[in-house]
Design a protein around this ligand. Structure first.
Ligand code: UGA
Length: 449
């Protein structure tokens, strides 16, 4: 099929490359010429494991452009995967969605096109996009149907999540549109594509369930899924605070409850809490949408509050151990909001660095891939950028593990401890082995713990 993807961020680019890989002809459009030039040269503007390799394999069926005129006319399906940055009052700002819809309508040359909302957009956006399309359309020989196809990929494992999803959700009120999307996703639903060598199909992975719904339900599924995952993390963090007071071990508690299949083991890792571009924004949007219906959403609000408090707890923990923060040197290991990405949006490290600086600390930072992005996006934050984790530790009064990169798990901890002024380590992710760190000479603290 002929597919166009508008927006080459995480969602758009991953979707485009995967759909091309499984056999479709895909045009990726972005209004940023620098991104398009990079892609044309075979480079990805985002850091995502294996994305450049898959791009190279799918290259013969991919085109990149900045022009709607080139991208829209032949497309049977157009995905809108543009950014929806946080807007006013908790709702995302939809200006890029609007201009994408206008661009589609203006350059449509007739026939039937399915316009798919892939960006996470509030309830009712499908109808809203349809009205923009109709308002901006000046011809009479074309027809649009709008569908919602929420995305569940995680940064860092985006390709795996796209090629081997738990489910595909498509929502729309036009049967022809849903049929078109079914055909589009068929290679993934039936798993008929050849798995890339570096992304093997998981063992026993069978056909992927397709959930076909009305427009509003698909839109709500996305928010309900993200809010549930966010509250699962906040729930374990709330239990973690109690576990700490009561002398229980949160890792054992997580395992003990997670093995109940009704609960599940995933997203029960206690620690600093969630960051990233999705959970914070989507829970805020859900609360904002609900308030338009006079609903309060106390559970979702509580999940947000617990997450906010976790970041403060890190500073409190350092204060409790060091007694005085002013003049201390604190090293942060990890800046990205989670491992295997360089994304710094709503990253806990940024908040923590800011709070520590406000308290008079000297803050040294390191991240295996996000340093460049950090320098670009946070030039105002007076931290000391270090090229290695060892450099962060050298002479520091405490280290905080903020992002559980594999590289940090494998550090030569005894020599790291020796190089510090005071060998205190706060494991913000409950990722390290307490016995090993204690043996290495550390005073080991975790959150909770
Ligand atoms: C999330 C969802 O998991 C995806 O399904 C969804 O498609 C995506 O948002 C989106 O809406 O675009 P993502 O934000 O990439 O994906 O990252 P996650 O892997 O969900 O992690 C989110 C945060 O939760 C990270 O900061 C991570 O460190 C934290 N986390 C995760 C925990 O603190 N504990 C856990 O047990 C799991």
């Amino acid at each position: 099929m002929q597919v166009t993807i508008i927006g080459t961020g995480y969602v758009g680019l991953t979707t485009g490359i995967c759909l091309a890989y499984v056999g479709h002809n895909v045009t990726c459009l972005d209004t940023d010429p620098a991104k398009i030039a990079m892609l044309e040269a075979g480079k990805c503007p985002i850091y995502e494991p294996h994305l450049e390799e898959l791009l190279a394999e799918a290259r013969p069926r991919l085109r990149f452009t900045t022009s709607y005129e080139q991208a829209v006319p032949a497309a049977q399906v157009v995905f809108v995967a543009v950014g929806t940055p946080p807007g006013e009052g908790g709702n995302p700002d939809l200006k890029y969605v609007r201009s994408a819809a206008e661009g589609i309508a203006k350059h449509h040359t007739g026939g039937f096109t399915v316009v798919v909302n892939k960006s996470t957009v509030p309830l009712g956006s499908g109808n809203w996009v349809h009205s923009i399309l109709l308002d901006a359309y000046t011809r009479t020989d074309g027809k649009f149907a709008v569908a919602s196809n929420p995305e569940f990929l995680r940064e860092g494992t985006a390709l795996h999540d796209s090629l081997y999803p738990d489910r595909v959700v498509v929502g729309g009120d036009d049967p022809q549109a849903l049929e078109t999307l079914y055909t589009l996703y068929r290679p993934i639903l039936d798993q008929t594509f050849e798995a890339p060598v570096y992304l093997p199909r998981p063992e026993d992975f069978g056909a992927v369930p397709l959930v076909s719904t009305d427009l509003a339900s698909a839109e709500l599924i996305k928010y309900a899924a993200n809010a549930f995952l966010a509250l699962k993390i906040s729930y374990i963090n709330e239990i973690g605070t109690l576990a700490e007071k009561a002398g229980a071990d949160i890792r054992q508690v997580s395992k003990g409850i997670g093995l109940d299949a009704r609960i599940g083991t995933r997203f029960l890792q206690a620690g600093i809490g969630w960051g990233g571009s999705c959970f914070g924004k989507d829970t805020a949007a859900l609360v904002a949408t609900a308030s338009e219906y006079g609903l309060d959403m106390p559970i979702v609000k509580a999940a947000r509050e617990v997450n906010r408090m976790q970041r403060e707890r890190i500073v409190e923990r350092l204060l409790a151990e060091l007694k005085i923060l002013k003049g201390r040197t604190i090293g942060l290991l990890g800046l990205a909001f989670k491992p295997n990405t360089d994304d710094l949006r709503e990253a806990p490290a940024i908040d923590i660095a800011r709070k520590l600086i406000e308290r008079g600390c000297r803050v040294k930072v390191h991240d295996p891939v996000a340093m460049e992005r950090y320098a670009k996006e946070h030039p105002d934050l007076a931290t000391v950028a270090c090229a290695t984790p060892e450099e962060v530790a050298n002479g520091a009064d405490a280290l905080v593990l903020v992002t559980e990169w594999q590289e940090y798990r494998e550090l030569d901890w005894p020599s790291v401890a020796t190089s510090m002024r005071n060998a205190l380590l706060v494991d913000g992710r409950n990722a390290l082995d307490k016995a090993r760190l204690t043996r290495a000479g550390f005073q080991y603290r975790s959150l909770p713990g």
